[in-house]
Design a protein around this ligand. Structure first.
Ligand code: HSE
Length: 313
């Protein structure tokens, strides 16, 4: 019997411009690491969280990793005591799928500890419940790509209908995280529930264009289709200097650029590593000029998603 399993789950870019709540992709790094161990103490405990500056709740029920483990044990009808150690490499409230990376890594690890009794589809359902705990809605556009990897379409949430889309080999992603915190819950509140039909028409044309671009390996079509006519214009106001950062990404070769998830991180897609690096420097310079601390990440699309790092017997 295994005593402990450690797993990694990656950062993710949700929405991908035009696809609010329906598109997401995983990147290679950074990601969160979760170790799950058998414990002689009853219930689920979190003995250690590092990398969060003491900000995440250690009560298992209130933490997305802990909550996911509790729901997993309920589902397999086990009363085994479990201890969790969580290493956060993702900034909180960054729009890079921080809560999703923690719950998905925890689920992959505990599933392996129990010899994989649940399918990835089962794990997805639990991870979506954990998202609801973290930000009020059970959207799958971070947890699905974190779990499965790749570029994901969530055609339906209930029940989840997950479609893995092809990704052009040379597609590169640059992410900048300006050190401003935005809570997803707050960023969702500012979105009006009804949208004008002309905006809706443009938006669903772009979602179709983006899917077609991925299948056709057509980076120009992907770039043209990223434009978000509905969400970005509202949320951009939450991110100081967003327009300037986006323009600098485009000027430096990005095929498209938008808010990553609910922000404040911004992602830009490009066709080469060199361009991705140039875009990172240009966007970083914008925020640095205004004395806003920032970090940049460059990655291809992560095609494998969460993975096991270590198993101890
Ligand atoms: N689709 C979600 C939103 C993602 O934009 O609110 C949150 O990371």
């Amino acid at each position: 019997m295994k005593q402990s399993v450690t797993a990694f789950a990656p950062a993710t870019v949700a929405n991908v411009g035009c696809g609010y709540d329906i598109f997401g992709f995983a990147i290679e790094e950074p990601g969160d690491i979760v170790s799950i161990s058998l414990s002689t103490t009853a219930g689920v405990t979190i003995s250690e969280i590092t990398g969060d500056n003491g900000r995440l709740p250690k009560q298992a029920k209130q933490n997305t990793a802990g909550f996911a483990v509790i729901r997993f044990l309920e589902k397999i009808r086990s009363d085994q005591g479990i201890d969790i150690r969580l290493t956060k490499h993702l900034p909180l409230g960054s729009g890079m799928g921080s809560s999703a990376a923690s719950s998905v890594a925890a689920l992959i690890a505990i599933n392996r500890l129990f010899e994989d009794p649940l399918t990835k589809a089962d794990l997805l359902t639990i991870a979506m419940e954990a998202e609801k705990l973290a930000c009020g809605t059970a959207h799958a556009d971070n947890v699905a790509p974190a779990l499965f990897g790749g570029f994901i379409l969530i055609r339906e949430n209930d029940p989840p209908d997950i479609v893995e889309l092809p990704v052009p080999e040379n597609l590169h992603c640059t992410i900048i995280h300006p050190e401003i915190e935005i809570k997803t819950l707050d960023a969702r509140k500012i979105i009006e529930p009804f949208i004008p039909l002309p905006d809706a028409v443009k938006q669903w044309a772009n979602t179709a264009g983006l899917v077609a671009g991925l299948y056709k390996n057509d980076l120009d079509l992907i770039g043209r289709s990223l434009t978000d006519h509905i969400i970005e214009p509202r949320r951009a106001n939450l991110i100081p200097h967003f327009d300037e950062a986006k323009q600098s990404a485009i000027d430096n070769g990005a095929i498209g650029c938008s808010i990553s998830g609910s922000g404040p991180s911004i992602f830009a897609l490009s066709s080469s590593l060199i361009k991705a690096q140039t875009i990172a420097v240009s966007m970083s310079n914008v925020f640095s000029r205004y004395s806003i601390e920032n970090q940049t990440y460059i990655s291809k699309i992560n095609r494998t998603g969460a993975r096991i790092l270590d198993e101890k017997y």
